[in-house]
Design a protein around this ligand. Structure first.
Ligand code: UD1
Length: 339
């Protein structure tokens, strides 16, 4: 299949490119490098020994999008491109809505005008808000509490309306839980700008000595050890879910939603202990106040993805810690200065 990958230089995008190329797909990549580096694409080529066409372009640029569809016989789109930081989205809502919503509208409009009607969209468990219970099923009520989450939920709704208006579309919505880990080569991984917002890159940077100590956001949640529980999923497992989603979309029409998680929750302190045990490193931490907007527990019921897509997570916490640590050790400054 010839697939357009938007945001292909990012954390999940680059890992998905590797899996797509290794399975013999032809890919066309688009990225604006707002939150990613070109070096990640060079590393994808190094891992796979395969080449692909790349466009440095922004989704808001209709002419650039049209050019991509005119120059390539695209069959399906995997749409990762988007801004993704919750705190930043509260400070810059207009930028988030413009980029994530207007950008996606322009993408699907260009797809539609070029007869491309298959898309796999990166959504997030954030669309469930504070779930009524765990594990979370796809039919749970949806509610978000920040502009980033709103853009994910709104995009889901836009795509649902597109399918209603034209039943030839095939839309697969993947709701990611907490992606961590890295490719086993250590060549690609998560490269957050500045100080990481998310737990795991923070832990690996404390492990490597780049940051001093982790702040654990609250130990008074109604969880076994009082710290927040999440469903951490290896990014390579997550990447493979996109291949299953593409296979599914090739033979289906309409819209389907899937949780992409392991179904197992780990607390912040369990993650710290697992990382210490697997890497032999020490993670200094202190408990501080809860982070506003955080919930106690969030983990998936991944049964639907298993049943309908034939996908389930293969990697456990050991591989997640080991691979993230290898990436951090081999690339202490991320992709920096490799140009
Ligand atoms: C966050 C976003 C979510 C987004 C996801 C993408 C928030 C509130 N939610 O999820 O919308 O889809 O990232 O990856 O930002 N923690 C610490 N110390 C830290 C960082 C985190 O104790 O320095 C704790 C948090 O309180 C939470 C857990 O670690 O219990 C995971 O946090 P994080 O990695 O930021 O992910 P989420 O908040 O689940």
């Amino acid at each position: 299949m010839k697939i357009l990958v938007t945001g292909g230089a990012g954390f999940i995008g680059s890992h998905t490119l590797v899996e797509l190329l290794e399975q013999g797909n032809e890919v066309v990549v688009m990225d604006n490098f707002i939150n990613s580096k070109e070096e990640s694409l060079r590393r994808v080529k190094k891992i796979t020994g395969k080449d692909f066409r790349f466009y440095q372009a922004d989704m808001l640029d209709t002419a650039a999008l049209d050019k991509i569809f005119e120059e390539n016989e695209i069959e399906a789109v995997v749409h990762f491109a988007g801004l993704k930081a919750v705190g930043e989205s509260c400070d810059q809502p207009i930028r988030y809505y413009t980029n994530n919503i207007t950008g996606t509208l322009k993408l699907i409009d260009s797809m539609s005008r070029h007869g491309v009607k298959k898309i796999v969209f990166s959504s997030s468990a954030t669309v469930y808000g504070q779930p009524k219970e765990v594990p979370i099923r796809e039919d749970f009520p949806l509610k978000t509490s920040n502009p980033y989450g709103e853009t994910k939920l709104m995009t889901e709704r836009i795509l649902s309306d597109v399918v209603k208006a034209d039943p030839e579309w095939s839309v697969v919505i993947l709701r990611y839980f907490n992606p961590i880990g890295a490719h086993s080569s250590g060549l690609i991984g998560e490269d957050p700008k500045g100080i990481p917002n998310n737990l795991f890159p923070y832990i690996t940077q404390v492990g490597s000595g780049k940051l001093q100590r982790l702040r654990v956001f609250g130990d008074d949640y109604p969880t076994p050890d009082g710290t927040g529980v999440r469903d951490y999923i290896h990014v390579v497992d997550l990447a493979q879910a996109h291949l299953k989603a593409l296979e599914y979309s090739a033979k289906s029409q309409g819209i389907e939603y899937f949780n992409i998680g392991t179904g197992k929750g780990y607390s912040v302190l369990e993650m710290v202990k697992a990382y210490e045990a697997i890497t032999g490193k020490t993670i200094a931490y202190e408990v501080v106040d809860r982070r506003p907007g955080d919930i106690a527990e969030c983990y998936a019921d991944p049964a639907k993805a298993q049943k309908v897509l034939g996908w389930s997570a293969k990697y456990g916490i050991e591989e997640m810690c080991r691979d993230a640590d290898r990436w951090q050790t081999m690339n202490p400054e991320g992709y920096k200065d490799e140009h």
